[in-house]
Design a binder for this molecule. Structure first.
Ligand code: IPE
Ligand code: IPE
Ligand code: MG
Length: 245
């Protein structure tokens, strides 16, 4: 996609859903209560994205490094995923959402893997919004798995071939990457795909992130000029010619 600054809505939004733990801590609740509220925020955000004409929403739900959290939190998050698969998929499907789970499934139990595949099959016919849930995902893992896939098949490791072998090859690159919770880092999210994404850091903690926060991010995106390495003059449409009457 080429130049912007047109107030356009991004086709693909990616979100690092951060701040669940702090949201819970401020309320003297266990961290898991924040993650549970995070599921609500995701449901709200997916609906809002679909209403605004966003085609793809990609969210970071569990990173390769999140295994290093306390055992209790990790098992709580796994339980929450299983619970969300059981309770949320039908409604998402009714809303026209097509689900994809992106990440390393070898680290997940057979039961969870079956749940992920089942949810993908159940929503495969939908086309209003693609929702990619990155779970046990890391940008470095993605680049490494793509390179090893190519090497295994004897295919040259070029940028174009890597791109096709990446876990997100079914969608265009994110136009807008939002991180909630106030931290200004990527934390091993879409390292390859975010090469030319516009970045937006929201101070809102993920469970509080609502439609007005989303609209702020989309408005900021609409005001950016995307140059993709070119100069401003190259990407501005030429001024309209005034033709004498
Ligand atoms: C993001 O919220 C969710 C996951 C990483 C699973 P956090 O749990 O990182 O929340 P904070 O950053 O501690 O507030
Ligand atoms: C990034 O958040 C991962 C997810 C939102 C799933 P983290 O909370 O794990 O990131 P760091 O540790 O603050 O960089
Ligand atoms: Mg965090």
């Amino acid at each position: 996609m080429n130049s912007k600054k047109t107030g356009a809505v991004p086709r693909h939004i990616a979100i690092i859903m951060d701040g669940n733990g702090r949201w819970a801590k401020r309320r003297l609740l266990p961290r898991l209560a924040g993650h549970k509220q995070g599921v609500e925020a995701l449901r709200r955000c997916a609906r809002a994205c679909a209403e605004r004409g966003v085609e793809v929403l990609t969210v970071f739900a569990f990173s390769s490094e999140n295994w290093n959290r306390p055992q209790e939190e990790v098992s709580g998050l796994m339980g929450l995923l299983a619970n969300a698969l059981a309770k949320e998929v039908q409604q998402l499907s009714n809303d026209g959402v097509r689900l994809h789970f992106v990440g390393d499934r070898t680290g997940l139990s057979d039961k969870v893997c079956e749940g992920l595949s089942q949810a993908e099959r159940q929503t495969a016919h939908n086309s209003r919004l693609v929702l990619n849930v990155c779970f046990n995902y890391g940008g470095r893992w993605d680049i490494a798995q793509a390179a090893s896939k190519l090497a295994g098949q004897g295919i040259a490791i070029t940028a174009e071939n890597l791109d096709k072998a990446m876990a997100m090859s079914h969608v265009c690159d994110p136009d807008l990457l939002i991180r909630t919770g106030g931290e200004m880092r990527i934390s091993n999210f879409l390292l390859w795909q975010a090469a030319y994404s516009e970045l937006f850091f929201s101070p809102s903690l993920w469970p509080d992130f609502d439609e007005s926060d989303l609209d702020q991010a989309i408005a900021a995106f609409g005001g950016r000029e995307r140059r993709f390495g070119q100069t401003s003059e190259q990407i501005q449409p030429p001024p309209a010619r005034i033709v004498a009457a």
